[in-house]
Write a protein that binds this ligand. Sequence first.
Ligand SMILES: [Zn+2]
Length: 63
Amino acid sequence: MARSCPICGKPSVEEFKPFCSKRCADVDLNRWLSDSYVIPARDDEVGEEADLGVPGADEDDNI
Ligand SMILES: [Zn+2]
């Protein structure tokens, strides 16, 4: 019972159900979002935490 990707019609992949790939999932998501909001479509990855908020972890060398 394989569904097909609503975007391109290829067989869907478990990981990206019901889409065939992250790309198609993004396409659908952007389509959905742009209906409600106006968001620039330049988000490739979600996950921009844990890169800030670590003060003082920069100096290892004391010469
Ligand atoms: Zn697809």
